[in-house]
Design a protein around this ligand. Structure first.
Ligand SMILES: *Cc1c(COP(=O)(O)O)cnc(C)c1O
Length: 228
């Protein structure tokens, strides 16, 4: 049987070690547990082990789990998957964070559909940092306009950037991409005081991500086991 508490401890230790190495406090790096395809019972186990932030990729699956776990009042749900425009309402109504906003049309709909009586939706722009044709994400030269648009949305709070670099075995390539993200992030932070989140790094590259200023590591398999 999978031991989620032990897996969380191990990842948190890795974050601690990488933070120390980068002369950062591990309190500046949070862990997002990516629970896509995993049942709500496993999310509950993660919660019982102290984890509070969970990431989901598929809208209907996310909504189902959010409802099943509605008794966990301090759990925090992040949507990190590609967004189709016909799914924005469910996202706007159910999660606290979205990491995958990559075009104005989506931001506009999320802003219109977020209830103005609740906390604004926290938004990270997804950047297609490696410029891959097949990947979602805004291109680097689209970030400024999109950030400005989101910053002017009443029901959205611009929190930062998210990226998934190209899959490379070469650490130098990964580091180069993360550094590019760090530069973009620093520029954005200078412009917008609400920006504090750089969502990058997964289990295989979390140390490089932390070295390059990541504030949120997203880990699925190493916590919940492989997906079939
Ligand atoms: C699935 C996913 C993760 C976690 O991936 P694992 O390989 O399971 O750790 C992180 N970020 C995003 C955007 C994902 O879709």
């Amino acid at each position: 049987m999978i031991n989620i508490a032990a897996n969380l401890t191990k990842i948190n230790e890795e974050i601690e070690i990488a933070s120390n190495k980068a002369n950062r406090s591990s309190a500046t790096v949070s862990l997002l547990a990516v629970s896509k395809t995993k049942p709500s019972q496993l999310v509950q186990q993660g919660y019982d082990a102290g984890q509070r932030q969970f990431g989901e990729n598929y809208v209907q699956e996310a909504v189902d789990k959010i409802h099943e776990l509605a008794h966990l009042t301090d759990i925090c749900w992040h949507f990190i998957g590609p967004i189709q425009s016909n799914k924005t309402r469910l996202i706007a109504e159910n999660v606290s964070w979205v990491h995958s906003v990559d075009r104005i049309k989506i931001a506009k709909r999320l802003n219109e559909q977020r209830d103005n009586n609740i906390t604004p939706l926290n938004v990270c722009l997804q950047v297609n940092i490696s410029g891959e044709q097949s990947k979602s994400g805004a291109l680097i030269n689209e970030v400024a306009e999109l950030a400005d648009y989101i910053n002017n949305c009443e029901n959205l709070t611009l929190r930062g950037l998210m990226a998934i670099p190209e899959n490379s075995k070469d650490e130098a390539v990964t580091r180069k991409r993360f550094k590019q993200m760090q530069t973009l992030f620093n520029q954005l932070q200078h412009q917008y005081p609400s920006v504090d989140t750089l969502s990058m790094g997964m289990s295989g590259d979390l140390a490089i991500a932390i070295e390059c200023g990541s504030t949120m590591i997203r880990v699925g398999t190493a916590i919940f086991g492989s997906r079939s």
